[in-house]
Design a protein around this ligand. Structure first.
Ligand code: PPS
Length: 313
């Protein structure tokens, strides 16, 4: 199934037809989660692959064998992709499921389960830049045009996988609906990878020793992941990802948007951001991603099941 130029529209959102069908999207929306599942939820380019790696290292207590021998899409398959069932059956160990689906599509299936949900958010300006570059190398995504054109589509929410604003608001505004929900940012992972590993290990109730955490920290660093063919997507054939046009592990930095946005684009973005996020119960300000990101939402675990907003911004 190539379908590189096909887009599947589901709930008014476009998905790459190369990996998605109406059947696979419907299947995802009605999936029967198990209480032991760990579900990684992200808008694209927000740190999905990184969290997949962090979780596999935590669950394996710092043993990199699986992380170095199985591609990430096999050990943490995407729920909405048409080969999901096949991959899930082939995977061993606790089920780690990845999804880019927005809250309103997945919530009915997920809400009543006790599955652990890990939501990773990233500064949307950096997401837009990363996504733009990814469009240029991923042949299953449309030609993004100029950055300015792509940015307009991103702000309007007409890019594949829909609106960043709806995604983040949907999941974080309803975090309290889940029994086990961890919210973490890409920026926090960048600034304190060791602490983030500890946080994920506490959430998954899988304690690691200091030594195991240190091994995991090294393994999950950008430099190490950039070289790991199980996560850097160089295993994907050239006709699907054109590696001559860019790298999946591109820069791995906070604030790269400053090298791409004009002042005017940044002002427009800020205005749209303020308008779109005005009704968010979490009251994210864009600067939140640029300061030391403190958790906006506390971890919900069996021991502390209430959620509260820690934001003072
Ligand atoms: S995808 O296609 O949605 O699965 O992409 P995703 O994995 O969510 O995001 C890719 C970006 O994450 C960066 N990345 C990392 N940054 C820092 N450290 C580590 N270890 C790491 N692993 C992945 C990756 O480089 C992409 O960001 P950009 O800004 O393009 O470099």
């Amino acid at each position: 199934m190539a379908r590189l130029d096909v887009a599947e529209t589901f709930y008014n959102i476009k998905f790459p037809g190369h990996m998605h069908t109406q059947d696979s999207l419907n299947y995802a929306a009605n999936f029967k989660f198990q209480d032991t599942d760990t579900v990684i939820v992200t808008y694209p380019k927000s740190g999905t692959t990184w969290m997949q790696e962090i979780i596999i290292m935590v669950l394996n207590k710092g043993d990199p064998t699986i992380a170095c021998s199985q591609p990430n899409w096999l050990r943490a398959p995407w729920l909405e992709q048409y080969f999901f069932c096949q991959l899930l059956q082939a995977s061993t160990g606790p089920r780690i499921i990845t999804t880019h689906l927005p809250y309103h599509i997945l919530a009915p299936a997920l809400r009543d389960s006790k599955a652990k949900v890990v939501y990773v958010a990233r500064n949307p300006k950096d997401v837009a830049v990363s996504y733009y570059h990814f469009h240029k190398m991923a042949n299953f995504l449309p030609d993004p045009g100029t950055f300015s054109e792509f940015l307009s589509d991103f702000l309007e929410g007409t890019v594949h996988y829909g609106s960043w604003f709806d995604h983040v608001k949907g999941w974080t505004d309803h975090a309290q609906n889940f029994q086990k929900f961890l919210y973490i940012t890409y920026e926090e992972m960048c600034q304190d990878l060791y602490g983030s590993l500890e946080k994920v290990s506490r959430f998954l109730q899988c304690t690691l020793t200091e030594e195991e955490l240190k091994i995991s920290q090294k393994h999950c660093s950008f430099n190490s992941m950039e070289e790991n063919i199980m996560v850097n997507y160089t295993l994907i054939p050239q006709e699907i990802m054109d590696h001559s046009k860019g790298k999946f592990m591109r820069k791995g930095k906070i604030g790269d948007w400053k090298n791409m946005f004009t002042e005017e684009q940044s002002d427009v973005f800020d205005a749209v951001y303020s308008a779109q996020m005005a009704d968010s119960s979490q009251l994210f300000k864009l600067e939140y991603f640029e300061s030391t990101p403190k958790p906006m939402i506390t971890i919900s675990t069996p021991a502390s099941s209430s959620l509260r907003n820690d934001s003072t911004q």
